[in-house]
Ligand binder design. Structure first.
Ligand code: SAM
Length: 270
């Protein structure tokens, strides 16, 4: 087990050498994931692991990949997507241009789900979907929009449970073991690396989704990121968090009202 003092050394190295600051990630889960990596990559000691990270820049992406959880799925929490489809998009439809930010989009399944909703609501042509993550490898996969065919059964069930009525397979072309999503869906997506710990706001949005990302952060960092979202939302914009996340106890709570039961909040008008 990595000790607290060792973790501190490692986190200092990562900040100094690679500019990534993990100091305010929830410590217990960070430790667990680092221990797991040390074990699966068969480092005989913490010192050797640290040496590798310090001296082999090509190992750092593997560290990011293993230590930041990027598990995701299309139409994850279908009831949430149902509210987006039936209620939130109806409000957004009144805007001439809809700007959406998916913060911590991982490999992009959430962004493609949103593009499908927008297409079905005939809103895709006037939407821009900004998809960001700190992990450039995950973003590269998101950009390609090619996913394992084996996952399509789950994605399709989620889609139907979210109120979708089409044949889900119309959105992709199956080839060997892979499903390639239609280019029309990605035509309105803009992918960029963005670190919620250190990077600032880059636009004003009507809708921000940051789901299952802040669960890995300590409370003070969660609070700062929520402030960033509050500043990045237009008045009356929507903020969507993951099923285990909340803004009730944060300093921005007073600027939001709850919108239904699916972890959606609306920024107040003034
Ligand atoms: C579990 S995934 C969530 C994916 C998707 N939002 C969902 O709910 O299915 C968490 C993602 O957050 C990203 N992440 C972690 N720390 C981040 C940070 N500081 N800035 C931006 N993204 C971060 C990870 O790289 C990972 O892709």
């Amino acid at each position: 087990m990595i000790r607290d003092a060792e973790l501190d050394l490692l986190l200092n190295d990562l900040l100094e050498l690679y500019g990534y600051d993990f100091a305010e990630y929830a410590r217990a889960s960070l430790k667990r994931r680092i221990n797991r990596l040390v074990s699966i990559d068969r480092f005989p000691s913490f010192a050797e692991f640290r040496y590798r990270l310090r001296n082999d820049a090509s190992y750092f992406p593997r560290f990011v990949e293993e230590v930041t959880v990027n598990v995701t799925e299309m139409f994850r929490d279908p009831a949430f997507f149902k509210v987006l489809r039936n209620e939130v998009l109806k409000v957004l439809a009144t805007y001439p241009l809809i700007r959406i930010w998916h913060a911590g989009c991982a490999t992009g399944e959430e962004v493609y789900s949103m593009a499908i909703l927008l297409k079905e609501a005939n809103l895709l042509h006037k939407s821009l979907l900004y998809a960001t993550d700190l992990n450039p490898d995950a973003l590269e996969r998101a950009r390609k929009g090619i996913y394992p065919l084996a996952n399509m059964k789950l994605h399709s069930e989620n889609y139907l449970n979210s109120g979708g009525t089409e044949d889900f397979s119309r959105y992709y072309t199956a080839r060997y073991d892979w499903a390639t999503f239609d280019k029309e869906l990605s035509s309105k997506m803009i992918f960029a690396t963005h670190n919620l710990v250190s990077d600032r706001s880059f636009n004003e949005f009507q809708l921000i989704l940051c789901r299952n990302v802040m669960i890995y952060f300590d409370k003070p960092l969660q609070d700062r990121v929520l402030q960033l979202f509050e500043q990045s939302l237009e008045p009356l914009g929507f903020l969507c968090l993951g099923s285990k996340e909340n803004l009730r106890f944060s300093s921005v709570a007073q600027h939001f009202t709850v919108w239904g039961k699916e972890k959606i909040w609306r920024k107040t008008g003034s």
